[in-house]
Design a protein around this ligand. Structure first.
Ligand SMILES: Nc1nc(=O)c2c([nH]1)NC[C@@H]1CN(c3ccc(C(=O)N[C@@H](CCC(=O)O)C(=O)O)cc3)C=[N+]21
Ligand SMILES: [Mg+2]
Length: 282
């Protein structure tokens, strides 16, 4: 038995094709959805993601700007730049690429973005909206995972879901979205005792730890749906997930690959959120 491979790249393509109509409608009203990505410093991995986002946006006819700021920019100067962008009526989305240099407090930065332009869904008011079950902008990675589960028709009501990783960007919003659909959700973290005892109970296992190949086949319930959010670049330049694919694929019922799984869906949901931000102007 070998698992179904959940093709994130193909699903991303399908969703993008469905967006053409919405983009054309906005265009007919004189609106071009526009995103500005702020990149601070010159982390090579961040530069790759920012380039991927920019290319995806321009391919669909959306406006995309990258604002590249020096690593030693003061927090005040960065906040002022965001406040300026908040005021621009032709701009619908603002994304500050994370991580930021250590002299900058990322919470302060994110909460300076106008919530209605926070297409990452990281602002405290967007996080709160999701928490109470009335989401405004849903963070792109967990949003993309929910689309993958829906397309695979994975039953969520009453399912045992285990999320490994408790970040504000992935783990916590992922857990809330699964819970909203009626799953029983366990959130594990780096201090969890006997992680395998939890993961082995999961019908749906989402792994977002940033630790390469830490979940292995023996930690997976036979037939489970395994979602690998990890993107770790090895010394050989190859991408590795947080799940050891070679052993997991023999046990799981369905699994996302890395690359070509969650990553392309993240970018697609950023498109969706930016288009939605623009549609609020209609
Ligand atoms: N404010 C903010 N929002 C983010 O959404 C955000 C961020 N900061 N910081 C970094 C992470 C990472 N991230 C990825 C997006 C797409 C791929 C992606 O497209 N991956 C491809 C391949 C990428 C490759 O080849 O390097 C794949 O998995 O198939 C990966 C990673 C968004 N992030
Ligand atoms: Mg995101």
């Amino acid at each position: 038995m070998t698992a179904t491979i959940i093709d994130g790249k193909a699903l991303a393509q399908t969703i993008k094709e469905e967006l053409h109509e919405r983009i054309a409608h906005l265009n007919s009203k004189g609106i071009t959805p526009a995103l500005t990505v702020i990149l601070v410093g010159d982390d090579p991995a961040s530069a790759v993601y920012v380039r991927n986002k920019h290319n995806t946006f321009t391919q669909l006819g959306l406006k995309s700007d990258v604002l590249h700021l020096p690593a030693d920019i003061t927090q005040e100067a960065l906040l002022n730049k965001i406040k300026e962008l908040n005021q621009d009526p032709l701009l619908h989305g603002i994304l500050v690429q994370l991580p930021l240099p250590s002299h900058i407090d990322s919470h302060t930065v994110i909460d300076t973005i106008a919530p209605e332009k926070d297409v990452d869904g990281f602002h405290i008011s967007n996080a709160g909206a999701l928490m109470i079950g009335h989401p405004r902008f849903i963070p792109c990675t967990p949003y993309g995972v929910m689309k993958m589960l829906a397309t695979q028709q994975v039953p969520l009501r009453g399912a045992e879901a285990v999320v490994v990783g408790a970040s504000n960007i992935v783990g916590k919003p992922m857990a809330l979205l699964l819970q909203k659909e009626g799953a029983t959700v366990t959130i594990c973290n780096s201090k969890t005792k006997d992680l395998a005892a939890h993961t082995k109970r999961a019908d749906i296992l989402v792994v977002a730890t940033g630790r390469p190949e830490m979940v292995t086949g023996d930690m997976i319930k036979p037939g489970a749906v395994v979602i690998d959010v990890g993107i770790n670049r090895g010394e050989d330049g190859k991408l590795k997930g947080d799940v050891e694919f070679s052993s997991a694929v023999k046990v799981a019922g369905a699994i996302t690959p890395v690359p070509g799984g969650v990553g392309p869906m993240t970018i697609t949901m950023l498109l969706v959120n930016t288009i939605e931000a623009a549609e609020r102007q209609l």
